[in-house]
Write a protein that binds this ligand. Structure first.
Ligand code: GDP
Ligand code: MG
Length: 168
């Protein structure tokens, strides 16, 4: 079995876009509306012919759209984060570098700390902004492995893959 890397994060931070950049597919539905990814999406990293690893886009895990009915977005996302982290060898905690840390991000981080899996902080959407400033906003999360990427523009993806392989 391939090592498994889980993409975890609140809706709309770009998990599916990152999944597609890493798998070189358009398998994961990317949408402007939060909560569009309903199921778990699995794929294999295909950015190069280096050591392979599997990916799971956790948007929609353990939720079944319940948050759309209850409005409990934070709870639903935290459950997804926990389910993703539980089965993964490495968690990529994806956040939005434009918006900075949110309350839901804080909640996900708390779950991830409990799961105690190796976790990288991936600060996405750093195209067209000062990446260093975006990273600094998340410094209080205290995560050791922190990377700035733009999934939409494929910036930082090769470095991310190198760091992932070094961890697995
Ligand atoms: P998910 O809900 O976390 O899976 O997020 P999506 O991948 O569906 O992306 C949500 C929105 O953010 C979409 O409109 C994407 O086009 C946009 N997006 C994703 N990655 C980037 C990025 O690197 N830069 C910018 N500017 N927008 C992005
Ligand atoms: Mg998605």
């Amino acid at each position: 079995m391939l090592p498994l890397v889980a993409l975890v994060g609140r809706p709309n931070v770009g998990k599916s876009t990152l999944f597609n950049a890493l798998t070189r597919t358009r398998d994961a539905l990317v949408h402007d509306q939060p909560g569009v990814t309903r199921d778990r999406h699995y794929g294999v990293c295909r950015v190069d012919d280096g050591r392979p690893f599997a990916l799971v886009d956790t948007g929609g895990i353990a939720d079944g759209g319940a948050h759309l009915v209850t409005g409990d977005l934070a709870g639903a996302t935290a459950r997804q984060a926990r389910a993703g982290a539980d089965e993964a060898d490495l968690v990529l905690f994806v956040v939005d570098g434009r918006e900075g840390p949110s309350a839901v991000d804080d909640e996900i981080l708390a779950w991830l700390r409990k799961a105690a899996r190796p976790t990288f902080l991936v600060v996405n959407k750093t195209d067209g902004i000062d990446a260093r400033e975006a990273l600094a906003e998340f410094a209080r999360y205290g995560l050791k492995n922190v990377l700035a990427v733009s999934s939409a523009h494929r910036h930082g993806i090769d470095d991310l893959v190198d760091e992932i392989r070094a961890q697995l």
